[in-house]
Design a protein around this ligand. Structure first.
Ligand code: NAP
Ligand code: 8YV
Length: 311
């Protein structure tokens, strides 16, 4: 008999096919009444497949008393109640490493898009303004200082790539990282004050909630740029909008937002802001690899083997 699994939202076709072949899949997003579906399958379901966005809260975990594993499509697990899962002895897996390259590339793309004003340049050409004269000069990134909030797997990849562009690297986290020569700041405001760019790539959740507050944004300053590829929760979004409106923060490149897919409309009119729809890992290649990991973790668990990437 195939193990039974609740899928919280749809995934790529190859993931759906693989799960359908090995599991009896209950599609929660198709249910008219989610609670009724959970109640109906409660006695049988041993796994959840979810995403970093949809997560799994304590109520969902409690609705499934036979639950053994939650396999998450995404490395960030802030939307999963990890404490509750641990209490219930439910294994949680995520998709680390396979997305480092593309997420780091998005951070670099936003660095370049904001400093070289790629989107403004595109608009300039399309609006026929070039015919009337050259666009204003933009800013180089060579020789400028990049502060990384969260020098983990992805943060280190961003640092390596930014070095190739000739940037000077600093970082902030709760502790100094081994094996790196970048300057460590134990104070985020101090790092922001010393940097031209601040890139957030730490986990979301209560420990980092609004860690990028008004004081940090002011410290980045009117000539500085804030890039967020972490989670919308890590920045005080109202303070960010105000700082950009008032010009106390120079520019921003934002892939993530507090209430996705809702984005503060005030940002839409700002030429100094480049927006992305939480797309840092969204290449066909990386999303395929993430999907494979979701399936491989589930298969390993139900084959009696250790999971590949436990949280
Ligand atoms: P990771 O390897 O665990 O690195 C996380 C880093 O954040 C570590 O260096 C850690 O250093 C630091 N950190 C953790 N808690 C902190 C705190 N309270 N204050 C300051 N720094 C803290 O994780 P990763 O694989 O690089 O992924 C990082 C995050 O990126 C994910 O959790 C996810 O939210 C986000 N992400 C976003 C996208 C996207 O599509 N935009 C894609 C992938 C990942 P210390 O332990 O020393 O503090
Ligand atoms: C995904 C992400 O887009 O891995 C993460 O933490 O934010 C992204 O790669 C997301 O998890 C899918 O919902």
């Amino acid at each position: 008999m195939k193990p039974e699994l609740v899928m919280v939202g749809p995934m790529m076709p190859h993931v759906m096919e693989a799960l359908d072949s090995d599991f009896t899949v209950h599609r929660l997003w198709e249910a008219e009444d989610r609670q009724a579906l959970l109640a109906e399958v409660a006695g049988k379901v041993r796994a959840i497949a979810t995403s970093g966005h949809l997560g799994a809260d304590a109520a969902m975990i409690d609705a499934l008393p036979k639950l053994e594993i939650i396999s998450c499509y995404g490395v960030g697990v802030d939307a999963i109640d990890l404490k509750h899962a641990a209490k219930r002895k439910v294994i949680v897996t995520n998709t680390p490493e396979v997305l480092n390259d593309d997420v780091a590339n998005m951070a670099i793309a936003l660095l370049l898009a904001t400093s070289r004003e790629i989107v403004n340049g595109d608009r300039y050409v399309r609006a026929g303004k070039w015919l009337k004269g050259a666009m204003h000069l933009t800013r180089a990134i060579r020789g400028r200082k990049l502060g990384i909030l969260g020098l983990g797997r992805i943060g280190k990849d961003i640092a390596r790539k930014a070095e190739v562009f000739g940037m000077e690297i600093a970082y902030h986290g709760r502790s100094r990282q081994d094996g790196v020569s970048y300057s460590y700041y134990d104070d985020l405001v101090e790092m922001a004050r010393d940097c031209d760019f601040l890139v957030a790539i730490c986990p979301g959740g209560p420990a980092t909630d609004k860690i990028v507050n008004r004081a940090v944004l002011d410290a980045i300053g009117p000539e500085g740029t804030f890039i967020n590829v972490a989670r919308g929760s890590v920045v005080d979004e109202a303070a960010l909008v105000a700082a950009l409106q008032e010009g106390t923060l120079g520019a921003a490149g934002l892939d993530v937002f507090a209430e996705e897919p809702k984005v503060p409309e005030a940002l839409f009119a700002m030429d100094q802001v480049v927006l992305q729809p939480h797309a840092a890992s969204a290449t066909q290649e990386t999303r395929r690899a993430m999907g494979d990991l979701v399936v491989d973790n589930l298969r390993a668990h139900f084959a009696g083997k250790p999971v590949l990437t436990p949280v």
